[in-house]
Design a protein around this ligand. Structure first.
Ligand code: ADP
Ligand code: MG
Length: 301
């Protein structure tokens, strides 16, 4: 897996930051070298990693403006074992300055990453809740976009604007840009509307929708207040396990796209058909976890 993935949806509160932090930790747990980039002036990803956003020496702002090297601004996040490019409200000023540049304002992040891409297996970019110059920089730098969506009435509204932007960027600046997948977040299977919207998403996007569903889970909501991904707050929580499952699904998808076949254990009594949509979360953990959490799907935390 070698990819730059922008986590984008111009709606706020759909789970972008939660996905960025927890997916970074989950991919790092499979021993991938992960860089997480906070590209939101709110700095929620930075705080969610336990970093004080008011005490940054160098951040995404300076890197975008070419005032600091990317490598000099990175912070190691322990014990999750990934690197973070932090951000704070200075990024708003950076965006204003980018907008005043006559040329190449969309390619600043791509330029900054150019020399560092090979040092990481996966680079995740947490985008702000807007289709602004920061998000455009993320999409120009990315190989693919991961779209978190809450299964609610207005979920599909705004999605066409995002997909339009992706298409325009593909034509103008980044022909290789693809859609990594649509991720259902904060899912409550008891809610009929959520199931209905989920079915609509699958009807629209087919296999682009991840099979893994992120449940609404209190541990995911409270982990940022401890400055940790859920995996290091409560590794057996349904939320932590769901993001591990998502990492596993992404790795398996890429392996099958690359023609890597994997031996699966023969299960004579197992179901012949895939499980009905939507599963709570793919139960298979990702391969080679550094510290495999015990599966505890029955537990309600
Ligand atoms: P965004 O980055 O898209 O604005 P966040 O990831 O910050 O969204 O999520 C918005 C709020 O919802 C936050 O308070 C977060 O803790 C909470 N949240 C996100 N995902 C979940 C989840 N699966 N279960 C419970 N709370 C969640
Ligand atoms: Mg956010």
């Amino acid at each position: 897996m070698k990819r730059v993935i922008a986590i984008a949806n111009q709606k706020g509160g759909v789970g972008k930051t939660t996905t960025a932090v927890n997916l970074a930790a989950s991919l790092a747990a499979t021993r991938r070298r992960v860089l997480l980039i906070d590209l939101d002036p709110q700095g929620n990803t930075t705080m969610g990693c336990g970093v004080d956003k008011s005490q940054l020496n160098a951040s995404a702002c300076e890197v975008l403006l070419g005032e600091a090297e990317l490598a000099a601004a990175l912070l190691p996040i322990e014990p999750s074992n990934f690197m973070l490019l932090p951000a704070n409200q200075d990024l708003t000023a950076a965006e204003v300055r980018l907008l005043s540049l006559p040329i190449a304002r969309e390619t600043k992040l791509r330029q900054a990453l150019a020399g560092e891409r090979e040092k990481f297996d996966v680079i995740l970019i947490d985008c702000p809740p807007a289709l602004n110059m920061l998000t455009v920089n993320a999409l120009v730098a990315a190989d693919s976009v991961l779209i978190p969506m809450q299964c609610e009435y207005y979920a599909l509204e705004g999605l066409s604007a995002l997909l339009n932007t992706v298409e325009q960027i593909r034509i103008a600046a980044n022909p290789g840009l693809g859609v990594e997948g649509v991720l259902r977040t904060m899912f409550d299977p008891r809610n009929n509307l959520a199931s209905e919207v989920s079915n609509q998403l699958i009807a629209h996007f087919g296999d682009t929708v991840f099979r893994t569903v992120i449940p609404r889970n209190i541990r995911l909501a409270e982990a940022p207040s401890f400055g940790k991904p859920a995996l290091f707050h409560d590794k057996e929580s349904r939320g932590a396990l769901a993001y591990l499952a998502l990492a596993g699904e992404m790795i398996r998808r890429e392996e099958s796209a690359n023609g890597v076949t994997r031996l699966t254990p023969v299960n004579a009594s197992g179901p012949a058909s895939p499980p009905a949509e939507p599963p709570a979360a793919e139960p298979a953990p990702p391969p080679e976890p550094a510290s495999a959490p015990e599966p505890a799907f029955a537990k309600d935390s």
